[in-house]
Ligand binder design. Structure first.
Ligand code: BLA
Length: 517
């Protein structure tokens, strides 16, 4: 099986997963018109449920199919919600001679999508226990202030609530690769703790959808999708947007991925922080597994509480770090503005200079001199580096340029990557190639991937053009040439430092000019 990354990534990102034209058949779907509630589109399996042909259902009013009580409940529920695009629980509707259904409704454009999931009377959901579990979670969460401990607790509660065989939480990094940071499982399931999954496992449009739609359940990957009849919305003549439909059929590529992984049922819950998909909780089962809407809602709420708490922990840590940075910056600037020769003041304050950016080396390139502090490339190398910066990174380096993998941007840096894989440079003159540069050492990391990330997708010989990777065997990669990343707060502080230094240098120049007069 040859494989091609190009084909894989663009094709994955292009699949329109919000308009699959079909649903998962563990329930059925009706699309009814605004106002008079005429049924204008159904999932094909609706005909089987009611034992009549689709043509006999289409064109009927909702109340004649599901009764006046049911139709009223749908109208009342939708009227009561503010976010009409989010599915709302209507309640249980009993269909004579057919059975009881959980009914869930939401609006898409002018249509109302009404979804039905059979209620299993033999396993009534006990909502009191859900409330007390959520309550206990809320209480405990306030006292846990480490993301890992919190994640650990959350996956254990979720496994208890849902009974899935494996529940884990993974966090996306700046490349959208993910790493599993918490997991709980039954002994027969393989563990993924600590492992990485490449970004391409979840294509861009799916991430976008999961940011607005926080939970999805795939109870049985071995399903036959039930198509919508007619295929297009008869009013708009366009495919019906199923973004928020709880029964939305899943991308066939992803269904294959699940099977390859030995996961027949899956539920995933988005953790959205500041509008960005920060992480996800995945629940897996080796056999088919369904959860009623109310239980899913409790899981969704647990995810929201967790995301809020994680956001506040992250913000708290960032705030404390910014405060510390500010303290360091103020004392460094105080030291630099003393002595009357800028370069020698910098030399006296070199420990503070390094400490400010958590760096192990720094260089001051100023008025034709190159002064090195700590562990750095030699002066000749730094001179070449500055030339490269000025020429190739002109616009960016006008103020600040940073990288955590210098040799990737500038191959000559390969020679000194042990001391300078990370570089943050600020230009301290508008006119000259004057810089303060900080260096961070290489941190060799061993990354444990779940499966070789190069084999993202395989191009099968002819047949289906695309299929996800088959192996999730742990695969180790040694990453060289990168340093610890530069934090947003550090880059902002570097910019403030730059502003202050420009001020100091300018004041010095004016004093000199005054003396000369
Ligand atoms: C969707 N991919 C997903 C989802 C997850 C993953 C969690 C969300 C759907 C769900 O709840 O199951 C990925 N699943 C994982 C990861 C783990 C896991 C990382 O269990 C970790 C253990 N997938 C591919 C390739 C393509 C692809 C090559 O591997 C593209 C061709 C596509 N993944 C893909 C698509 C979806 C998806 C299209 C959206 C499915 C949908 O919602 O319709």
């Amino acid at each position: 099986y040859p494989f091609s990354e190009q084909v894989d990534l663009t094709e994955c990102d292009r699949e329109p997963i919000h308009i699959p034209g079909s649903i998962q058949p563990h329930g059925f779907l009706l699309s009814v018109s605004e106002g008079d509630c005429v049924i204008q589109q159904i999932s094909a399996n609706t005909a089987d449920v009611f034992g009549m042909p689709a043509a006999g259902i289409l064109g009927q009013r909702l109340e004649s199919l599901i009764g006046e009580k049911g139709a009223d409940a749908v109208a009342t529920a939708l009227a009561a919600t503010i976010e009409q695009n989010d599915p709302i629980y209507v309640g249980i509707v009993e269909l004579t001679d057919i059975g009881c259904f959980d009914v869930i409704a939401h609006c898409v454009g002018k249509a109302k999508l009404v979804e039905f999931e059979p209620v299993d009377r033999s396993h009534p959901a006990d909502f009191r226990s859900l409330y007390s579990l959520l309550g206990a979670f809320l209480k405990r969460v306030a006292h846990v202030s480490e993301v890992e401990a919190l994640s650990d607790y959350a996956v254990r509660v979720l496994r208890e609530v849902t009974g899935f065989g494996r529940v884990f939480l993974y966090v996306f990094d700046h490349n959208d690769d993910s790493q599993v940071i918490a997991e709980t499982l039954e002994p027969s399931y393989p563990s993924y703790i600590g492992q990485r999954f490449p970004a391409s496992d979840i294509p861009a449009q799916a991430r976008k959808l999961y940011t607005t739609n926080p939970i999805r359940l795939i109870p049985n990957a071995n399903y036959q999708p039930s198509p919508l009849v007619p295929p297009l919305d008869p009013v708009t003549n366009a495919p019906t947007d199923l973004s928020h439909a709880v029964l939305r059929a899943v991308s066939p590529v992803h269904v294959q991925y699940m099977k390859n992984m030995g996961t027949i049922a899956s539920m995933s819950i988005s953790l959205v922080i500041k509008g960005r998909l920060w992480g996800m909780i995945s629940c897996h089962n080796a056999t088919a597994k369904y959860l009623p809407f109310e239980v899913r809602t409790a899981c969704e709420q647990l995810g929201q509480i967790l995301a809020l708490r994680i956001e506040s922990i992250i913000e708290g840590k960032d705030y404390a770090y910014r405060l510390a940075l500010r303290g360091k910056l103020v004392s460094l600037l105080a030291a630099l503005s003393q002595g009357d020769e800028f370069v020698s003041s910098m030399g006296h304050a070199s420990a503070d200079l390094l400490n400010l950016m958590n760096a192990t080396g720094a260089a001051l390139v100023f008025e034709g001199r190159t002064i090195l502090f700590g562990d750095t490339p030699d002066a000749t190398e730094v001179t070449k580096l500055v030339e490269w910066l000025a020429v190739h990174k002109g616009a960016e380096a006008g103020e600040v340029f940073h990288t955590r993998a210098l040799s990737r941007d500038y191959p000559a840096a390969e020679r000194y990557r042990t001391c300078a894989s990370g570089m943050l440079a600020v230009a301290i003159s508008g006119n000259y190639q004057h810089y303060v540069i900080w260096f961070r050492p290489e941190v060799v990391r061993t990354v444990e991937w779940a499966g070789n990330p190069e084999h993202k997708a395989m191009l099968q010989k002819e047949a289906t053009p695309l299929s996800p990777r088959k192996s999730f065997e742990s695969w180790r990669q040694t990453v060289r040439g990168t340093s610890d990343p530069w934090q947003e707060s550090e880059i902002e502080t570097a910019l403030e430092f730059r502003g202050a230094i420009l001020g100091i240098v300018l004041a010095r120049a004016e004093e000199m000019a005054a003396l000369a007069d």
